[in-house]
Design a protein around this ligand. Structure first.
Ligand SMILES: O=C(O)CCC(=O)N[C@@H](CCC(=O)O)C(=O)O
Ligand SMILES: [Zn+2]
Length: 328
């Protein structure tokens, strides 16, 4: 039954009960694409865990990963030992295999959001689901992994973005991420109203945006490279201790500047197939904006992450980042 949830979410004509049970717990579909799992027996090390995917509708590897993990729970090869909230974010965009329909859902997770529209309404519904889940599991450590894939290839194909400030990230998280084969970490330098930022900022959760490879259609993702990540989701859902690795294998960066699109005419001054984390030397022109003119690298080399000239006016067109020391 659990294994059908993904298909059912995409095709609501199919029949699926809103509540039920499986070998090690109960499930409850509280809203479209919002699935709660409650263990029969909660492990002493359990965390209240949120795993979200498809906040961008064309990012399919995280959906396949969630599907593989749910199948293990359904088959009983994994035993649920922690409360879980599983979210498929932008269902219309997932059906259309588009990043978003009207506006980028992953910029809307701010309390008091006043804009109207389908994606803002969905953001409000998901914020409430997160608030309710953490409130119902008060007393447990909170964790949120928001799973994405990047538009471009990357010098580090698997990496995480650590949202700005809030509660400090526990050192064990870095070791878990290293064992899950995450190759780089990017520390955000300011608030950005993403889903992972929401859980960290308002709830003090251990929270990250994961980039699990490059966007590809269903069935064409490199799922073998995500086996260690599947193992991390498995341990967290069992409420047992995840594998740890030395963080020396992980390269750390921090954001130095957020490049915004201001004008009608905006272009990036490098090739479309330039991978994430490519380094640009001082003086290099990175962007040309009809409102603000050229943006050139200053005295320190900069690496470019998430460059996208086609964002809405007023939105982020790239993160400009520098290497930094690993956390001690
Ligand atoms: O590859 C890209 O350009 C975008 C990939 C993506 O969706 N990234 C997230 C990162 C969120 C964060 O900064 O934590 C996003 O842009 O929403
Ligand atoms: Zn994304």
């Amino acid at each position: 039954m659990l294994g059908e949830w993904l298909d059912w979410t995409l095709d609501e004509q199919r029949d699926m009960p809103r509540q039920g049970s499986f070998a090690s717990g109960r499930f409850d579909i509280s809203a479209p694409g919002v699935l709660r799992l409650t263990p029969y027996r909660q492990c002493p090390d359990a965390r209240a865990c949120i795993f979200s995917a498809a906040i961008h509708g064309n990012e399919t590897a995280p959906v396949e990963l969630i599907g593989a993990w749910l199948s293990e729970l359904e088959a009983g090869t994994l035993t649920l030992g922690a409360p879980l909230l599983v979210i498929l974010g932008n269902i219309p965009a997932l059906k259309a295999q588009q990043r978003f329909i009207q506006t980028n859902l992953n910029r809307l997770f701010e309390r008091g959001l006043s804009v109207s529209g389908d994606e803002p309404d969905r953001a409000r519904q998901l914020m409430t689901a997160v608030d309710d889940f953490f409130s119902d599991n008060a007393g447990l450590p909170k964790l949120h992994y928001d799973l994405h894939t990047a538009i471009r290839a990357s010098l580090y194909p698997r990496f995480v973005v650590e949202p700005y400030r809030g509660s400090a990230t526990h050192s064990e998280q870095w070791q878990w991420l290293a064992a899950a084969d995450m190759q780089a970490v990017l520390h955000q330098h300011q608030h950005s109203w993403t889903f992972s930022h929401y859980s960290k900022h308002y709830h003090g959760a251990q929270s990250f945006t994961f980039e699990l490879g490059q966007v590809a259609p269903f069935g064409q993702n490199d799922m073998a490279s995500l086996t260690p990540m599947l193992a991390l989701l498995g341990r967290l859902s069992e409420g047992t201790k995840p594998a740890e690795s030395a963080i020396e294998a992980v390269t750390f960066f921090r954001v130095q500047h957020e490049l915004m699109r201001h004008g009608d005419n905006f272009m990036l001054c490098f090739d479309d197939d330039t991978p994430n984390f490519t380094r640009f030397a001082p003086g290099t022109c990175l962007a040309n904006d009809s409102q603000t003119g050229e943006y050139r690298v200053g005295d320190t080399p900069l690496h470019v992450v998430f460059p996208n000239a086609n964002v809405e006016i007023g939105a982020r067109a790239a993160l400009l980042v520098v290497p930094c020391a690993p956390p001690t």
